[in-house]
Design a protein around this ligand. Structure first.
Ligand SMILES: Cc1cc2nc3c(=O)[nH]c(=O)nc-3n(C[C@H](O)[C@H](O)[C@H](O)COP(=O)(O)OP(=O)(O)OC[C@H]3O[C@@H](n4cnc5c(N)ncnc54)[C@H](O)[C@@H]3O)c2cc1C
Length: 391
């Protein structure tokens, strides 16, 4: 795998990232799960190390190492504790969005803070009545002079309460289709009218902040509109491709560590006078887990490579996301089974991997929605007159 996608730069990055994570995250990865909180200082240190900057130019504090480097860092963090990566994800997405669609002035003001994790971000799209149907959002932004007034409520927002920057998607023109009437705004945490609620706990990814973001007559200067008015839906769809490959890498990190733990366990656990690794059924489980993981990583890294080549990866990112998330759940479930009774306790990490993995079939667009996108793209091709050959 490494020799197909990784250059010498990636190999050095891999070595340095691993060293940092072994020293800083490995010793507390289980404590984070048990206490359901992580030290914010660690997220900030990751920022200083450049973990938030692969998609941001060096002129704005990033490392500009590219999409493969980003997937590699994401995968590695996730092999230790995926919650840290999930908390970093909105910063990656908002950084990408701002760099591609923001004005020079906005980039100067905000991008370095995001690239270095000096400020933490959130991405606020989902609402009570608009989850899978993103175009159904009701949050409004009305222009008043040189300001916009935002009203609405966002649900399930990662980093709600932790973030400094809230990127809010809202309808700016209700007289046109919402795909053309949606815009995105940067709202800073202490802006009057922005309030946070954290009324529930999550099933997994313990430590991640998640909650509701309420906006009541929140006044933001027009200079906080990211991109053009009406461009919010298309810039979001573009950003979703980065999100899907980020989430795929998080899944693959979980699958990698679940497989590693399983291999160690089957070698060490003895039943009927022999290591359970000698039983053919166990061998087949390991073989299937390894094959699925390989396929998930190939889908993810090949889509990342295509993105670096500036190709449209809508279909490939959805394929990677749907396959990697379902693979992570299957591998984590098999890891629990392989660990027997121990797998059902918190003495081993397999149960954490399973709870963590399930999130990824829902967040960032459910598996059903990914499959709808894949089918739409496939069927679009068949209707194109010139498509005469399979490739
Ligand atoms: C831990 C966590 C973190 C999150 N973080 C964020 C965040 O930071 N920012 C943000 O904006 N959102 C966030 N979300 C929201 C997430 O993106 C949504 O939960 C997700 O898109 C699904 O929306 P929903 O929950 O409203 O489910 P619904 O859309 O109500 O879906 C319910 C079920 O119906 C299925 N379904 C819906 N429509 C169709 C269809 N057309 N065809 C077939 N099946 C369909 C779905 O696949 C699903 O199985 C987060 C969610 C979670 C759980």
């Amino acid at each position: 795998m490494n020799s197909i996608f990784f250059t010498n730069v990636h190999e050095v990055l891999l070595k340095n990232t691993k060293k940092f994570l072994l020293e800083k995250l490995d010793p507390i990865k289980n404590e984070i799960n048990e206490k359901k909180e992580f030290p914010l200082s660690l997220l900030k240190e990751m920022g200083k190390e450049g973990f938030f900057g692969p998609l941001i130019p060096s002129a704005h504090g990033g490392t500009e190492l590219g999409m493969i480097a980003h997937c590699l860092i994401t995968e590695l963090i996730s092999t230790f504790n995926v919650a840290l990566s999930v908390s970093r994800t909105p910063c990656i997405l908002d950084g990408y969005l701002l760099n591609k669609y923001g004005s020079e002035e906005q980039k100067k003001t905000y991008l370095k803070n995001i690239a270095t994790a000096h400020k933490i971000c959130s991405i606020c799209v989902t609402e009570e009545e608009a989850g899978s149907n993103v175009a159904g959002i009701k949050t409004r932004a009305e222009k008043k002079g040189e300001h916009y007034i935002l009203n609405g409520s966002k649900k399930f927002i990662t980093n709600a309460g932790l973030a400094d920057y809230y990127f809010i998607w809202a309808i700016t023109n209700k007289n046109v289709n919402s795909r053309q009437g949606m815009s995105v705004f940067l709202v800073e945490k202490d802006t009057p009218g922005l309030t946070i609620e954290n009324p529930y706990n999550l099933m997994g990814i313990n430590g991640v902040w998640n909650g509701i973001v309420n906006l009541q007559n929140v006044e933001v200067p027009e200079t906080n509109l990211i991109g053009k008015e009406g461009e919010g839906f298309s810039s979001l769809m573009d950003t979703f491709n980065v999100e899907r490959l980020t989430l795929s890498s998080e899944c693959n990190g979980i699958s990698m560590v679940a497989l590693k733990d399983s291999k160690e366990y089957v070698r060490n656990r003895t039943q009927f006078g022999q290591p359970i690794s000698s039983f053919q059924i166990i061998k087949f489980k390991i073989a299937k887990m390894a094959t699925k993981l390989q396929a998930a990583r190939l889908l993810t890294y090949s889509a990342a490579r295509l993105m670096e080549l500036e190709q449209d990866v809508t279909k490939e990112a959805s394929m990677a996301k749907a396959f990697s998330s379902e693979t992570a759940v299957k591998i984590a479930l098999e890891a629990v089974q392989i660990h027997g009774g121990n797998g059902y306790t918190n003495m081993y990490s397999a149960e954490r991997y399973l709870r963590d993995a399930k999130f990824f079939m829902i967040g960032g667009g459910t598996s059903e929605i990914q499959n709808l996108i894949i089918a739409r793209e496939e069927l679009k091709k068949i209707h194109q007159k010139n498509e005469k050959f399979f490739f």
